[in-house]
Design a protein around this ligand. Structure first.
Ligand SMILES: [Zn+2]
Length: 122
């Protein structure tokens, strides 16, 4: 966890593996920990297009709202900042629960895919 925090965000499993080599942490342990951190909502994994599909990991900051838009056609992921929604969500109070991390995924179709579709329709 400490090593993951020291890496530039987002990072790949290979980058974490490299950082773990100096501590003699095995590849298996790295992947087990990544899955554990995802389940514990400490990290989130996002598939990104960087010329090819790459799985990246990012720490979820405490007490924050993270919003991502995901294209269902090309899997492009972008982070969006909507202060109005973030404020609204953070102001919500629940009697039996205290939110610490809020993730919002908005699925749809990106501008590029919509343009492609419009051209194909001609
Ligand atoms: Zn798209």
């Amino acid at each position: 966890m400490e090593l993951a925090c020291q890496l530039p965000q987002p990072f790949t499993a290979a980058q974490l593996e490299e950082a773990c080599k100096t501590e003699r942490i095995s590849t298996g342990t790295v992947y087990n920990c990544l899955n554990l951190f995802i389940m514990a909502q400490i990290l989130h994994a996002i598939e990104r297009q960087r010329g090819r599909t790459v799985m990246e990991y990012e720490l979820i900051p405490a007490n924050s709202v993270k919003m991502m838009v995901i294209c269902q056609k090309c899997n492009r992921v972008s982070e969006i900042h909507d202060k109005a929604i973030a404020r609204l969500v953070l102001e919500r109070k629940y009697t039996n629960f205290e939110p610490q991390q809020i993730l919002m995924y908005i699925y749809g179709e990106c501008k590029i895919c919509r343009k492609k579709e419009a051209k194909e329709a001609l």
